[in-house]
Design a protein around this ligand. Structure first.
Ligand code: PEP
Length: 251
């Protein structure tokens, strides 16, 4: 692990009622608070309905809270959407943008993701920008090109190492139990950092780049030990206190 402070982020996706949030947050907050000097940041990204609840429950624990998406605009006639400013208002400090499920389910392009990331940054949130190739793209040997294009297309010009986190999530690895090899992840992360330097210059060395896709306690160490991997974005395994905590302990 590098000198960049690791971030272990949980994406609850469309899961969780208030009782689930109570259990998860109380379990994680107690463990996080018990560490005298935590070596990692922990981020919880519940569904929008629970962001305020989780932020209130996590207050004082050191746990960080984020949304899973935001609109590109601050406010207006966009029924059903929420803005980065609204997330900020209810206690979020982060927001995931460009998750592959949103790119697929809602036809979000790099341009849309870039606008959302820009809105997040303008609202004072850290934008966690997701990128990753499909299985077909990997099979065609296009992984590095696709990921480089996504970084160029999704990262706003005003990005800094403080207001931006990139998350490499191969689409075919999300929720499937399949993962790339550590060598593959190392190669992609090095490429991401190289391309991010086109926007960030030498500050790209401070940028956090997370790996996501079927991370679980049994494989976390393989990825979190790699030079350019600065943490994990975890879906399914973030819904269980013991599993999510075990992943964080792999740091
Ligand atoms: C995700 O949803 O970002 C993710 C990585 O999911 P999972 O860990 O379940 O593969």
């Amino acid at each position: 692990m590098s000198s960049r402070r690791p971030l272990i982020a949980g994406n609850w996706k469309m899961n969780g009622l208030r009782a689930d949030a109570d259990l998860l947050v109380s379990g994680l907050a107690a463990r996080y608070k018990a560490l005298s000097a935590p070596a990692f940041d922990m981020l919880l990204c519940p569904p929008a309905t629970l962001v305020a609840t989780v932020a209130a429950q996590a207050a004082g624990s050191g746990l960080k809270v984020g949304g899973q998406d935001c609109h590109r605009n601050e406010k207006g006639a966009h029924t059903g959407d929420i803005s980065a400013w609204m997330l900020r208002d209810i206690g979020a400090g982060y927001v995931i943008v460009g998750h592959s499920e949103r790119r697929q389910d809602h036809a979000e392009t790099n341009a849309v993701v870039k606008d959302k990331a820009q809105a997040a940054q303008a609202a004072g949130l850290v934008a966690v920008i997701c990128i990753g190739e499909t299985e077909a793209e990997r099979d065609r040997g296009e992984t590095l090109r696709v990921v480089a294009d996504q970084v160029r297309g999704s990262m706003p010009a005003g990005s800094t190492a403080e207001n931006t986190v990139l998350a490499y999530e191969p689409v075919w690895a999300i929720g499937t139990g399949r993962t790339p090899t550590p060598d593959d992840v190392a190669e992609v992360h090095a490429e991401i950092r190289k391309v991010a330097a086109e926007v960030l210059g030498s500050a790209a060395q401070q940028l956090k780049i997370l790996y996501g896709g079927s991370v679980k306690p049994s494989n976390a160490m393989e990825f979190l030990g790699l030079t350019d991997v600065d943490g994990a974005l975890v879906g399914g395994a973030s819904l269980k206190v013991d599993d999510f905590w075990a992943i964080a302990e792999a740091v």
